[in-house]
Design a protein around this ligand. Structure first.
Ligand code: PEP
Ligand code: MG
Length: 580
C-alpha cells in the first residue's frame, strides 16, 4: 500500500531504492547474514565489545572501591554485572550463534538474551527473577559497545539498486561510516536539520530526511522507497506513475548538477567585481578529493573530532599529524583551517576504561574547548600535531565554543607551550600560524572586542549560534520548527560580528550551515561577508548565486533588513533580494 511521510528536508536530491532497516534503539537491533569469510571478523567484533565492557566495569569498580562505604552497593552491582558478562551463556554462546547461523553479533547476543530472559520469567524466587533486569543491562552495554564499532553494512544486492537506510536515530559516527559504503540516502525518526548527522549527510551529498517520527515502525525491510531530500517527503511503495515521475525529476536534477560543473574553474566574483572566497568544510582527510573536485579556495573548517569518534582509544600525535599533514599538503598552499576537537553534545566520545559522565544538558556542558582545557595532555597532543602539520601548507588553527576572554588566554598559553616543546625538539612548524576563534555563543558575538584583540581571524558557527540564541536544541525535531536563521536576533548578531571584524581588519568567515544555503547567499553578501565555508557539494550552487549578485544593490537593502524585528518584513525583503 502506498503512503507518504513528511519530515525535515536536510540534504537535497532524490533517491529511489529499497529500505534497509537499522536501529540504534538499544536491543532493537537489525539482523543480517554475514558471508562466511567475514564470520571470524564478526566474532572478533563481538569479543572486542565484551572486552570493552569488561574494561568499563573494571574502571567503575575502582571508582566504587575508592568511594568508601557509600559505594559498596555500587561495587556489589558492578561485581554482579562482571560475573554475568563472564558467564559463557553471554560471552560464549553468542560466538557460536554467529558461527552456526552466520548472523551479526548484535543479533546473536539479543537472541541469546531473549532465551535467558524467558527462563528467568519461570523462576519462582522473586530475588532471582529480578536478576533478569541485570542480564538485560549487561547485554545493553555490549550492544552499545558493538554499535560504537559499526558493522559492515550489507552490500547492494543489484548494481542498479540503491539502499536507503531507515533508522530511529543515527549518531554522527554512524553517518560518517556511510562514507565508506554505497548508500543512496537515509531517513531517521529523530534529528534536527543542523544536527551533525544531517551535516554529514549533506557532506556526503546524499538525500536525507530526518524527524519522520514513526517511519521505522511503518517501513519494512526491502520496501521500495522514494526519498525526496529537497521537500522532506518519503513515499513508501509508490505506484508506477509516481515512480516514473520521480525518475524523471531525478534525471533533471542530475542534469542541473552537471551543468553547474561548468562553474568549477570560474572565480567567485560579484557582478560589481568583489572577489568572494568559497571554502570547504571537511570531516575526514579523504574528503579532500571532493574539495579539489570543486576547486574550493581552501578549507574553512576541518572538523577534527571525526578522527576521534567510533573508537575507544584517542588517536596519538603521529596519527593526527599524518591526517593533518595529508590535508595541508594536498591543498598546496591554500588555507587549511583545522579546528581543535569539538566533542560533546551530539558528538559523544567513547574512551576505554572511563566511566561516562551523565551530563544533564550536554549542549551546555563540557563541550569543545571546555573539554580540551579540562584535558591538557590530550589538548597538547592535538596542538602539537596541528603545529607540526603547519610546516607542510598554510595551516590555520581554529578554536570552537569560546565564550570567555580567559578561555582564549588559556588556549594561547597551551599553544605557546606546544610551540616551545617543538622548538626544543627541533621540530619545524609555522611560527606565524594564524589562530582564530569560532563565534557560536551569543556571549562571544556580544562581547567581540576581547576576541578581536586576541585573535587573527573569526569564524561564525551559525548552527550553534542559532541553537544558543533561540534556546533550540539543534538535534531535537520537536523544536525544529523554531530553529530560524532569519530570526532578527540572529541576523543582528551575524551582521554586527561581520561589520566589527571589517572595522578591526580581522577576517571573518561563516562556516555554519547558513553559508552553504544558496537562498541566504545574497543576505550574507549584503552584510559584508567575503568568506564562506560549506560542504564541497554546495560550493557550485553558492558560486552561481555570487556570480548573479550585485553587492552595491544588496548592501542598502540588507542594511535595512537587519533593523527589522517583524518576521514578515524580513521575509518580504528576502523575497525582494532574490529578484534583484
Ligand atoms: C557551527 O556550530 O555552526 C559549526 C560550524 O560547528 P559544528 O556544526 O561542528 O558545531
Ligand atoms: Mg559549532
Amino acid at each position: 500500500m502506498t503512503f507518504a511521510l513528511h519530515g525535515l528536508a536536510v540534504s537535497q536530491g532524490i533517491a529511489i531504492g529499497h529500505a534497509h532497516l537499522v536501529s540504534h534503539a538499544i536491543l532493537e537491533v537489525s539482523h543480517y547474514v554475514v558471508v562466511p569469510r567475514h564470520v571470524p571478523d564478526e566474532i572478533a567484533r563481538f569479543d572486542a565489545a565484551v572486552a570493552q565492557v569488561r574494561a568499563e566495569l573494571d574502571a567503575l569498580r575502582q571508582v566504587a572501591e575508592a568511594g568508601g562505604a557509600a559505594s559498596s552497593e555500587i561495587a556489589a552491582f558492578v561485581q554482579l554485572h562482571g560475573m554475568l558478562l563472564e558467564d559463557p551463556l553471554l560471552s560464549q554462546v553468542p560466538r557460536e550463534l554467529i558461527e552456526t547461523r552466520r548472523c551479526n553479533a548484535e543479533w546473536a547476543l539479543v537472541q541469546q538474551m531473549d532465551l535467558l530472559v524467558e527462563q528467568f520469567d519461570q523462576i519462582d524466587d522473586p530475588y532471582l527473577r529480578e536478576r533478569k533486569a541485570d542480564v538485560v543491562q549487561v547485554v545493553e552495554k555490549v550492544v552499545k559497545a558493538l554499535l560504537g564499532r559499526p558493522a559492515r553494512l550489507p552490500t547492494r544486492r543489484r548494481p542498479d539498486e540503491q539502499m536507503i537506510v531507515v533508522a530511529h536515530d543515527l549518531s554522527p559516527a554512524d553517518t560518517i561510516h556511510f562514507k565508506q559504503n554505497q548508500i543512496g540516502g537515509f531517513i531517521t525518526d529523530l534529528g534536527g536539520a543542523t544536527s551533525h548527522t544531517a551535516i554529514v549527510a549533506r557532506s556526503l551529498a546524499i538525500p536525507a530526511v530526518v524527524g519522520l517520527h514513526h517511519a521505522r515502525q511503518l517501513i519494512r525491510d526491502d520496501d521500495l522507497l522514494i526519498l525526496d531530500g529537497s521537500k522532506g517527503v518519503l513515499i513508501v511503495d509508490p505506484d508506477d506513475r509516481v515512480l516514473e515521475e520521480y525518475r524523471l525529476r531525478k534525471r533533471e536534477l542530475e542534469l542541473e548538477r552537471s551543468k553547474l560543473k561548468r562553474l568549477t574553474s570560474t572565480r567567485a566574483t560579484t557582478l560589481d567585481g568583489l572577489a568572494i572566497s568559497l571554502q570547504a568544510n571537511i570531516e575526514l582527510p579523504q574528503d579532500v578529493s571532493q574539495v579539489k573536485g570543486v576547486e574550493a579556495d581552501g578549507i574553512g573548517l576541518f572538523r577534527t573530532e571525526f578522527l576521534f569518534l567510533s573508537r575507544t582509544e584517542l588517536p596519538d600525535e603521529e596519527e593526527q599529524f599524518e591526517a593533518y599533514r595529508t590535508v595541508a599538503s594536498a591543498l598546496k598552499g591554500k588555507p587549511v583551517t583545522i579546528r581543535t576537537l569539538d566533542v560533546g553534545a551530539d558528538k559523544a566520545m567513547q574512551r576505554a576504561g572511563r566511566v561516562e559522565r551523565v551530563e544533564p544538558n550536554p549542549a551546555l556542558g563540557l563541550r569543545a574547548i571546555r573539554y580540551c582545557l579540562a584535558e591538557p595532555p590530550m589538548f597538547l597532543t592535538q596542538l602539537r600535531a596541528i603545529l607540526r602539520a603547519s610546516a607542510y601548507g598554510k595551516v590555520r588553527l581554529l578554536i570552537p565554543m569560546l565564550a570567555h576572554a580567559y578561555e582564549i588566554d588559556q588556549t594561547l598559553q597551551y599553544i605557546r607551550i606546544a610551540k616551545e616543546q617543538l622548538r626544543s625538539e627541533k621540530i619545524k612548524f609555522d611560527e606565524e600560524i594564524d589562530i582564530g576563534g569560532m563565534i557560536e555563543i551569543p556571549a562571544a558575538a556580544l562581547a567581540l572586542g576581547a576576541f578581536l584583540r586576541r585573535l587573527d581571524f573569526l569564524s561564525i558557527g551559525t548552527n550553534d549560534l542559532i541553537q544558543y540564541t533561540l534556546a533550540i536544541d539543534r538535534t531535537d525535531e520537536a523544536v525544529a520548527h523554531l530553529y530560524d536563521p532569519l530570526h532578527p536576533a540572529v541576523l543582528r548578531l551575524l551582521a554586527d560580528t561581520i561589520q566589527a571584524g571589517a572595522r578591526a581588519d580581522i577576517p571573518v568567515s561563516v562556516c555554519g550551515e547558513m553559508a552553504g544555503d544558496p537562498d541566504l547567499t545574497r543576505l550574507l553578501l549584503g552584510m559584508g561577508l567575503r568568506q564562506f565555508s560549506m560542504h564541497p557539494s554546495q560550493i557550485l550552487e553558492v558560486k552561481q548565486e555570487v556570480l548573479r549578485s550585485d553587492f552595491s544593490q544588496l548592501r542598502a537593502k540588507v542594511g535595512r533588513l537587519i533593523r527589522y524585528d517583524e518576521p514578515e518584513r524580513i521575509r518580504e525583503t528576502m523575497a525582494r533580494l532574490a529578484e534583484l
